[in-house]
Design a protein around this ligand. Structure first.
Ligand code: ASP
Length: 347
C-alpha cells in the first residue's frame, strides 16, 4: 500500500494591510490575528494541503521592517525547511520588494518556493484583493512538476494575478491592485483560469538536494543617494564620504548619467580612494545602466563606480547587505556585484 503525503505549506504572517482591520476607536488599521485571516478565506480548506502558520511577534506595518526581521525569517525557513513544500509570507506591500530581494540573497540553494504576498485592502473588506492573492500564492507555493520538484523554487512576489521574481520587483502603485511590477524581467507565472508558468524564466537550483544555506550576517552600512537637479557638492560629499558607510548606491539618470561638474566627480573619486563601494543604478523603472554610453558615465566608471546594470534599487540594497556581511573586503564585494547571483541582473 502506498501512502499519499499531502503537500504542506508554512504560512508566515508578518503583518501588513492584508491582516488589518479598522480600530473602531481611532479608525486606524490595526493587525488582527492569524486565525481570523483563515476564517476570512475558507476556500483554502478546499486545497488538499496541510497549512501551518507562524505569526511574527509583534506584527508590523512593513514600514517598520528591519534586517533583524529578515534574519528571523531566513532562520525560520531554514529550521522548518524539511517539514514543508513551500512557504507563503504575508507581508505589507510598502517594503515587500526590499524583503523579497534581501531574502533571495540570504537563502542559498533554495529548492522550494518562498512566495511573498499581501494586499491593498484588508482581507475582511468585501472588495479585498487579499483573498485572491493569498489563494493563488498558496497554490503556487505548493505546485510541483512531473518530477515532483517545485514549479517555482525561488523567492517571488504574487500580486494581482502575477508572480514576479522578488529581487526584480518594485512597488509601483499605492492605490491600484496592480501594485508591483518587474519591468526588466518577465512574470514567472500568471493566474488566469489556470496558473500559467513561464518555465524558461524560472530559476532552478544547481542541485535539488543541496542543503539550504542561509546568510544571516548582513552589513547595513549602505546609503542610497538619488541624484536630482540642484543637488549640492555638500550633500554629495556628505553621502559619499561618510566614514560610517561601506557602500553607496547612487540612483542616476537614464542609462547611468550624473552631473558632469568636477565637484561631482571629486566626491565620487574621494569615496573610491576611501575604499568605498559605489554602485550606479538607474532611477528609471526599466532599462539598464550603461556607463560606456555618455561622457559622464565613462568618467564615473574611471572613478571606480560599479555598474548596477538593470538591478532595482531594492535588489542592489539586498545584494550589498549580504555581500558586505559575507566579507569585510570591499574589493571582494566590488568584484561580485556585477555577477548574477540570484537572477537579479541581466547579462
Ligand atoms: N503600510 C502597509 C504595510 O506595508 C501597507 C500594505 O500592507 O499594503 O505594511
Amino acid at each position: 500500500m502506498t501512502t499519499q503525503t499531502r503537500s504542506s505549506i508554512l504560512m508566515v504572517y508578518t503583518g501588513g494591510t492584508i491582516g488589518m482591520k479598522q480600530d473602531p476607536q481611532d479608525l486606524t488599521l490595526k493587525p488582527f490575528d492569524f486565525s481570523q485571516i483563515l476564517e476570512e478565506v475558507p476556500e483554502l480548506q478546499k486545497f488538499a494541503l496541510r497549512i501551518d502558520s507562524y505569526t511574527f511577534d509583534p506584527l508590523i506595518d512593513s514600514s517598520d521592517v528591519k534586517p533583524a526581521m529578515w534574519q528571523e525569517l531566513a532562520t525560520l525557513i531554514r529550521d522548518r525547511y524539511d517539514s514543508y513544500d513551500g512557504f507563503v509570507v504575508l507581508h505589507g506591500t510598502d517594503t515587500m520588494a526590499y524583503s523579497a530581494s534581501a531574502l533571495s540573497f540570504m537563502l542559498e540553494n533554495l529548492a522550494k518556493p518562498v512566495v511573498f504576498t499581501g494586499s491593498q485592502l484588508p482581507i475582511g473588506v468585501p472588495r479585498t484583493d487579499g483573498k485572491e492573492n493569498l489563494i493563488s500564492a498558496v497554490e503556487i507555493a505548493s505546485a510541483k512538476d512531473a518530477d515532483g520538484h517545485a514549479m517555482v523554487p525561488e523567492v517571488s512576489i504574487f500580486f494581482n494575478s502575477k508572480l514576479l521574481r522578488g529581487n526584480r520587483s518594485t512597488k509601483v502603485s499605492s492605490e491600484d491592485f496592480s501594485a508591483f511590477a518587474s519591468p526588466d524581467y518577465p512574470p514567472l507565472a500568471e493566474a488566469g483560469i489556470s496558473i500559467r508558468y513561464n518555465t524558461p524564466a524560472i530559476r532552478k537550483p544547481q542541485s535539488w538536494d543541496a542543503p539550504l544555506k542561509i546568510w544571516t550576517s548582513l552589513d547595513t552600512r549602505v546609503s542610497i543617494l538619488k541624484i536630482h537637479p540642484g543637488i549640492t557638492p555638500h550633500l554629495m560629499r556628505h553621502f559619499l564620504c561618510d566614514p560610517q558607510t561601506r557602500a553607496v548606491i547612487i540612483e542616476t539618470y537614464g542609462s547611468g548619467n550624473a552631473p558632469s561638474g568636477q565637484w561631482f566627480l571629486d566626491s565620487v573619486e574621494e569615496a573610491s580612494r576611501m575604499g568605498k563601494v559605489v554602485m550606479n543604478v538607474t532611477q528609471c523603472l526599466a532599462g539598464r545602466v550603461n556607463m560606456d554610453l555618455y561622457a559622464t558615465g565613462k568618467a564615473l566608471k574611471r572613478a571606480g563606480v560599479v555598474s548596477g546594470g538593470d538591478m532595482t534599487t531594492e535588489g542592489a540594497l539586498g545584494k550589498l547587505f549580504c555581500l558586505l556581511g559575507r566579507n569585510p573586503d570591499n574589493e571582494w564585494v566590488k568584484a561580485r556585484l556585477g555577477d548574477d547571483l540570484m537572477g537579479e541582473i541581466s547579462r
